[in-house]
Design a protein around this ligand. Structure first.
Ligand SMILES: [Zn+2]
Length: 232
């Protein structure tokens, strides 16, 4: 059975395209101003309205949900999200986050970029999700051998997608900017720690993050959780 994963590098954020025998599942959609880039990548991969089976949003931040409304309209795509991020996705804003001191410079950089992009925008296209995904839900009915892992922390409804090959698309639970680390911004760092424990127990090969380049799963054991100095 076909089971391919394509990395779509959008800029400082990533999307991923899974291809199975029956069609495609897109994971994350970028900022709305990145539509042209996303559409070109979909066309190049052979992903068209009739074979895009599902769009999964790893979490409700604007750098991941920006093209959901367009995909619903132009591709007639079904958008799936975890219920925990429904509010976040519909408000279309970047909530206040607890920031860790450990990589505060990275956090500030990300925040500055997001802030700049938000100021350039009139409004974020609002969409209504078509379905909710739950922990351990299999994706076979959408044509790919993969399942959902609920990995809250960065946001309440953050989810990861684990393929049967052992690839993990982890949203922003881990990022790889400079080196692999856990989310520099989080709604709840205790939940991040629990999610890291869940992920470490999985049989993985490569981790595909929402930001930065993919990394080998053996690096996960070197990422320590340091809760000593989280700032508000
Ligand atoms: Zn992000």
């Amino acid at each position: 059975m076909k089971n391919e994963l394509r990395h779509i590098k959008m800029g400082f954020n990533n999307c991923y395209l899974l291809e199975g025998d029956k069609g495609f599942v897109l994971v994350d959609t970028g900022f709305d101003e990145q539509w042209g880039k996303l559409e070109n990548e979909l066309i190049a991969a052979g992903c068209l309205p009739d074979n895009l089976k599902l769009v999964i949003i790893t979490h409700g931040d604007i750098d991941h949900i920006g093209n959901c409304a367009k995909l619903q309209k132009k591709y007639n795509a079904k958008i799936a999200i975890h219920k925990g991020d429904l509010d976040l996705a519909q408000k279309g804003n970047f909530p206040d986050r607890v920031v860790t001191n450990r990589i505060v410079k990275i956090s500030m950089l990300i925040e500055a970029i997001v802030d700049k992009l938000k100021k350039n925008k009139k409004s974020i296209p609002i969409f209504i999700p078509d379905l909710f995904l739950e922990d351990n839900q299999k994706l076979n009915e959408y044509g790919v051998d993969a399942r959902i892992i609920h990995t809250p922390g960065h946001t309440k409804g953050s989810i990861s997608i684990l393929t049967d090959k052992g690839d993990l698309i982890c949203g922003d639970t881990y990022v790889n900017i400079g080196k692999p680390g856990y989310a520099p911004l989080a709604q709840d760092f205790d939940e991040i720690r629990s999610s890291m424990d869940i992920i470490k127990k999985l049989d993985l090969t490569i981790v595909y993050s929402g930001h930065g380049i993919p990394f080998s799963s053996d690096k996960l054991s070197k990422i320590d959780f340091t809760k000593t100095s989280h700032l508000k």
